[in-house]
Design a binder for this molecule. Structure first.
Ligand SMILES: [Mg+2]
Length: 253
């Protein structure tokens, strides 16, 4: 039945908040910390989640380049969340918060709804699946194992090992070289319009913007949306039908 579905030759996905529910794990971890540290709970939960995710993005570059350790970045985020809430804590307490956060984040790791079935469907049909992600390899490998997707993924390419980060076309080109596919034969699916969609298109790969929260689309760009990975058959059809690159990629040969 799977083989009856139309398919590109290979499919690339982003990992965080596309296949892996990063936002959900952040929420789970912050909920526990708010129970244990009432100072943090002075900020409304939704506001705090948004601020925390912004801080993760802001400090991520330092972690990727090795100028900031992951635990130092985590401690810095909690110092800033406490300051937002008009509170503060001793360094030892901040370190303890960061370590509880880490433990709860890892315990809260889940796939995005429909991700296991969709990847399983490609796997069964013999369509290679690659992941292109801006993060450290060890972190992303552990996530894939924890959420049970590792056996369904043919290539995990991180910015750490590629030496390029999305939205650079280079990281996408490297992924396709490894999967032996040409750009028009592939699709990219990801939740960041800039990194995943604009980046993939710059390498000539048709891309879909994964938008499960129905956010307003970015202005000025042609948007092909994928609202859900579920059900797998419908998602596969939408992915196969997305064939444009808007605008055409420059000829780089
Ligand atoms: Mg993402």
């Amino acid at each position: 039945m799977n083989s009856a579905l139309p398919s590109p030759r290979v499919v690339l996905f982003d990992l965080d908040d596309t296949l892996f529910d990063h936002r959900g794990a952040v929420k789970g971890a912050l909920q526990r910390l708010r129970r244990e540290h009432p100072g943090l709970a002075r900020t409304a939960f939704a506001v705090q989640v948004g601020r925390y995710l912004d801080l993760v993005n802001e400090l991520h570059e330092g972690v990727l380049s090795g100028t900031l350790s992951a635990s130092a970045a985590r401690e810095d985020r909690f110092r800033r969340l406490l300051a937002d809430a008009g509170s503060s804590a001793l360094p030892a307490e901040v370190a303890q918060m960061a370590s509880v956060y880490r433990e709860e984040y890892q315990r809260s790791r889940r796939p995005v709804t429909g991700a296991p079935e969709l990847l399983g469907s490609y796997h069964e049909a013999g369509i290679p699946v690659g992941i292109v992600t801006n993060n450290l390899r060890i972190e992303q490998e552990e996530k894939l194992e924890a959420i049970g997707l590792a056996p369904l993924v043919d290539l995990l390419l991180t910015s750490e090992e590629a030496g390029y980060a999305k939205p650079s076309a280079e990281i996408f080109r490297l992924a396709l070289r490894r999967l032996r596919a040409a750009p028009p034969e592939a699709r990219m699916v990801g939740d960041s319009f800039e990194s995943d969609v604009v980046g993939a298109r710059s390498a000539g790969i048709p891309a879909l913007w994964f938008n499960p929260r129905a956010l307003a689309p970015p202005a000025g760009g042609h948007v092909v949306e994928l609202g859900s990975l579920h059900p797998a058959g419908k998602a596969r059809r939408q992915i196969a039908e997305a064939t444009g690159v808007f605008p055409a990629a420059p000829d780089t040969r």
